[in-house]
Design a protein around this ligand. Structure first.
Ligand code: CO8
Length: 286
């Protein structure tokens, strides 16, 4: 771990070596960070673990600078097919760091566009799977909602308790929840601050499923996604996400055009030939 004296600035992060050390086939890069851990459970999966245990992984600006760097490094790494984001058993993340925020003034947050770079995760091209145990509150819930797939352990608790602090969600919760669980349930969470269990979140369709060994399951899923043709995976993510923003007619047109475009790839030829020849496809991501 770095000492507290190590001031993480955007510039410092840009200058940190991009070359990970190699131990066998597993690449470890954790040592460059203070608030997160990074590892490669296998060469095709990047695992990022939020690591501020004493603060229940409260999301601070230095943590987000590190998280964004780790996410974009993984996104740019050709060997990585999918990313898993997790926290501890007790907390995925208990929200934005209230102690960092409490004395801020309107002029600071407005002038400096506070939180603007906290949604960078949603710009990634590779799929991100959230493996949630314990508290996913406020910004922690919003961070999970920015991911493409959410798996939750039976201990997970989701909520938007900002109302208890005299504010509202600021990281997309009020918008993404409406898409995920509908207006009435989103309104209930935002206006009461009530936490919902993993089981309730599952019933509401907010997550993919509840599972024991959530990190292991997420890595398994990420490994499976990584075994597919990566052009098709990226296209699939792009069209599903477009469904959030386009009308149905525009979305269907975009999906069809993207589908047509995949016929220009070697992976489409290989995938369909392999099916016809009753063998496993060998995708080259080209
Ligand atoms: N910020 C700062 N510190 C925190 C936070 C937080 N959000 N949550 C917990 N901590 C700290 C506590 O202060 C405590 O520190 P210390 O030991 O120094 O006193 C330590 O973590 C352990 O916490 P507790 O003792 O409170 O643990 P409990 O098990 O008793 O309670 C709870 C756990 C219920 C999770 C409780 O800690 C809690 O209510 N936390 C705050 C939850 C919250 O209100 N979250 C919303 C924050 S606002 C927000 O997220 C705005 C989103 C902005 C957008 C973000 C974009 C991604």
């Amino acid at each position: 771990m770095f000492s507290r004296a190590f001031q993480i600035t955007t510039t410092a992060l840009r200058t940190v070596s991009r070359k990970p050390s190699v131990i066998g086939t597993i690449r470890l890069m954790s040592t460059q960070y203070e608030h997160i851990l990074t590892s490669r459970p296998n060469p095709s999966v990047a695992l990022i673990t939020l690591n501020r245990p004493k603060a229940l992984n409260a999301l601070s600006t230095p943590l987000f600078l590190e998280l964004n760097k780790a996410l974009f490094d993984a996104d740019a790494d050709q060997a990585v097919g999918a990313i898993v984001l997790t926290g501890s058993d007790k907390a995925f993340a208990a929200g934005a760091d209230i102690k960092e925020m409490k004395d801020k003034e309107f002029s600071d947050v407005y002038k400096n566009n506070f939180l603007a770079n906290w949604g960078e995760l949603s710009r990634l091209r590779k799929p991100v799977i959230a493996a949630v145990s314990g508290y996913a509150l406020g910004g922690g819930c919003e961070l999970a909602l920015m991911c493409d797939i959410i798996l939750a352990s039976p201990t997970a608790k989701f909520g938007q308790p900002e109302i208890n602090l005299g504010v509202i969600p600021g990281g997309g919760g009020s918008q993404r929840l409406v898409h995920a669980i509908g207006k009435s349930r989103a309104m209930e969470l935002v206006l009461t601050g009530r936490m919902v269990s993993a089981q309730e979140a599952d019933q509401w369709g907010m997550i993919s499923r509840v599972t024991d060994n959530v990190v292991e399951e997420a890595i398994k899923m990420a490994t499976e996604i990584s075994s597919k043709g990566q052009l098709a995976v990226q296209a699939g993510k792009e069209v599903v996400n477009a469904g959030y923003e386009l009308t149905l007619a525009e979305g269907l047109r975009f999906e069809r055009r993207t589908f047509h475009g995949l016929f220009a790839t070697k992976d489409q030829k290989e995938g369909m030939a392999a099916f016809a020849e009753k063998r496993k496809a060998e995708f080259t991501h080209s």
